[in-house]
Design a protein around this ligand. Structure first.
Ligand SMILES: [Fe+2]
Length: 338
């Protein structure tokens, strides 16, 4: 910890050369010190290297140090800022603290005051970054546990309907590849892949004999089968970090012409990520053995999906998705994932 404080870098922002130099002299034995005489210079310096601490003059020429302080807070910066002033007033101190300043030093200052302020600020920064790391680790542990649990749920459905778990893994993988090719951000893809992985989780609430029936479903059985997107949605809806993946779970059986289920969405009402996913879901369903049909070849599956463009599938986007799937199929052993 001592080592980390010693190697810290500090930026001093003050229009008074005397103050800049004296702060540099006081701090340079323990820290790397850089200086800026204007807010613009400080902003430029931040683009190159982010210091661990800033000493900032409240009344810097042609600018208000408090504005710079507010800008730093707006950037969600974790750099502690110690304000310096030659004209102390309780109001400026209150404003500085309310704007996010860590500490407040009055000119003329003693070297010991500067050292104490620097050490306290750097110590606080270390503590808060350790807290952030702890929170991140906890969050990851929660996610990991959650997905082990949901994978167990999917395996439970697999015991009733032997194709669900492998299908979920394949469509989630393929969705990630297609979404990347379509230019979606990595962050968005990670979230949406959860939806792809869990899209059929609602089948846990569908009777075994319906899930495994080899012939056509009766009207009543189909009615019960059609509940699974809504059941899945209701299972996952309370989980905050899955919010963005819920549309895939709820709408993956909606049709472009409005004849899908459960909500009968039509055309542009169906979110784009859902339209992408529905094509992938259909492709995988067609190219694997099911209780109600033998698997189709790739070419047959592409033909069936293409014929469904304009009724089940959205025009243009579906063609793009199919061409990406073709490319992925040629380079990846998707069929081996089960
Ligand atoms: Fe489904």
């Amino acid at each position: 910890m001592v080592q980390r404080i010693k190697s810290a870098s500090i930026l001093v922002v003050d229009d008074d050369l005397g103050v800049r130099e004296s702060l540099k002299m006081i701090l340079m034995d323990k820290y790397y010190v850089s200086t800026a005489s204007t807010i613009e210079e400080a902003a430029d310096s931040l683009k190159i290297i982010e210091p661990e601490l800033i000493f900032l003059d409240i009344k810097i020429s042609k600018a208000n140090g408090l504005d710079f302080l507010k800008q730093m807070q707006a950037r969600n910066s974790t750099i502690p800022i110690v304000m310096i002033t030659a004209f102390p007033s309780s109001q400026t101190a209150i404003t500085a603290f309310r704007s996010g300043a860590f500490d407040y030093i009055i000119k003329p200052f003693e070297p010991s005051e500067i050292h104490t302020a620097a050490e306290r600020a750097l110590q606080r920064r270390i503590e808060s970054s350790e807290k952030d790391k702890l929170v991140d680790n906890l969050r990851m542990a929660v996610h990991k546990n959650f997905f082990s649990t949901t994978e167990a749920l999917l395996l439970a459905i697999d015991a009733k309907d032997s194709y669900t778990a492998g299908h979920s893994k394949r469509v989630s993988l393929l969705f990630g590849l297609v979404a990347k090719e379509l230019g979606m951000s990595e962050e968005q893809i990670v979230k949406l892949r959860y939806g792809a992985f869990l899209h059929d989780i609602g089948k846990i609430g569908v009777r075994d004999d319906i899930l495994t029936k080899s012939g056509h479903l009766t009207e009543e059985e189909f009615f019960l089968m059609k509940q699974h997107p809504e059941i899945g949605y209701n299972i996952l809806e309370p989980i905050n970090f899955l919010k963005e993946s819920l549309p895939i779970v709820r709408y993956h059986h909606e049709w472009y012409n409005g004849e899908g289920y459960p909500d009968g969405l039509k055309g542009a009402e169906i979110p784009q990520e859902v339209a992408i996913f529905s094509t992938i879901d259909a492709y995988d369903a067609l190219t694997t053995d099911r209780h109600y049909h033998k698997k189709y070849s790739n070419q047959e599956a592409f033909k069936i999906i293409t014929e469904g463009i304009g009724t089940q599938f959205i025009p243009t986007l579906t063609e793009k998705v199919l061409s990406i799937i073709k490319k992925c199929y040629e380079t990846l052993p998707l069929a081996d994932i089960n």
